[in-house]
Design a protein around this ligand. Structure first.
Ligand code: FEC
Length: 307
């Protein structure tokens, strides 16, 4: 007999329409409304990438692909998908309540972010657990999956394919920048957080598995809090690397994210490209994982270690 288990897929969330931008931004800032200027700046960035972000649709497709692949991998379990978002409805709490209403007693939780930080994955899991405890639902949390061989294989293939577009005599003048979303430094240090080490480990694994000769680690999409964030920022890093080594080609892999959205389409494809253009260097950014079977397979393989 198959048993039904919840699959709580959690993700950042994005505005569905223009009027959602203000409440969404307010939620990101823990209830503090952004100033008119900050709001306009965010609206302009969404406008620049085509009005809104493709994130909502991609998150749905990733969650569906994961459910399907997981159900193929387990013969005695039927996973039922619940989507819970951090900053917009359906919120994580709503998803857990729905599980309870459907009679779910046990669930696997996974966040669509490959590296663990207490701020990111940890806080999603805490919110899910707090709500699940009210109903006595047992949760099995995935913490990270960046280290799964299929995840590394996905990026290895993409990096090598990108390198093939670059003449071989320029490979020595080509550098890979491996990045993730920056976080406030104080927060990371206080919690002895594994996040920076996990990004470093990702970079070392890709350095070993690809044909790339030069690699560097950077942080991106830093917020405006007036406190120090993890660095170097990818744009500053690009300038520093160019000044020191005169690289001709920069390959950006924002491995801390799992699909094309605002932080990739604007912060990489616009902001980093502007710096490359200014320096007379070439900008490359391989496709993000989205619903690629290696990426989805990596999450399934990690789920097998917790459930
Ligand atoms: O495409 C989209 O519409 C949304 C893309 C999006 C993703 C994302 C992922 C992460 N964030 C993380 C941390 C922070 C911290 C702050 C912060 C602020 C923003 C703002 C927008 C935004 N984030 Fe985000 N993030 C995305 C979007 N994020 C918009 C607000 C404007 C701005 O600052 O640019 C600062 C909060 C504060 O001011 O106090 C911190 C982390 C991730 C990756 C892990 C995850 O997905 O959960 C970490 C996607």
């Amino acid at each position: 007999m198959t048993k039904t288990v919840g699959l709580l897929v959690m993700a950042y969330g994005t505005p569905y329409k223009e009027s959602d931008i203000e409440p969404y931004y307010t939620d990101i800032r823990h209830g503090k409304r952004p100033s008119e200027e900050e709001l306009q700046d965010l609206k302009d960035r969404y406008e620049f990438i085509g009005g809104l972000s493709p994130l909502a649709g991609t998150t749905d497709r990733q969650a569906e692909a994961l459910t399907e692949t997981l159900n193929e991998a387990y013969s005695d379990v039927e996973f039922k998908l619940y989507l819970g978002l951090k900053h917009i409805s359906p919120y994580i709490e709503e998803a857990v309540e729905k599980m309870h209403n459907d009679g779910i007693q046990e669930a696997v939780t996974v966040v669509l972010a490959p590296h663990y930080s207490s701020f990111s994955v940890g806080s999603y899991n805490e919110r899910a657990k707090e709500e699940a405890d009210k109903y006595g639902i047992e949760l099995h949390h995935v913490k990270q999956y960046y280290h799964q061989p299929k995840f590394i294989e996905y990026w290895t293939n993409k990096i090598n394919e990108t390198l093939e577009q670059i003449p071989s005599e320029e490979h020595d003048e080509t550098i890979l920048i491996v990045s993730a979303h920056s976080l406030p430094k104080g927060l990371i240090e206080r919690n002895n957080d594994p996040y920076p080490d996990e990004l470093h480990d990702t970079m070392k694994r890709l350095e070993a598995s690809t044909n790339i000769k030069h690699v560097a680690q950077g942080w991106q999409s830093e917020g405006n809090t007036g406190t120090p964030w993890l660095g170097p920022d990818v744009q500053d890093l690009t300038r520093e690397l160019f000044e020191a080594h005169h690289y001709k080609n920069f390959i950006y892999t924002p491995v801390g994210f799992v699909c094309e959205h605002l932080e990739v389409l604007y912060d990489n494809d616009y902001e980093c490209k502007v710096v490359c253009d200014e320096l007379g260097a070439n900008y490359y950014r391989p496709d993000m994982p989205n619903t690629d079977s290696l990426f989805i397979g990596a999450i399934v393989d990690e789920i097998k270690t917790v459930f």
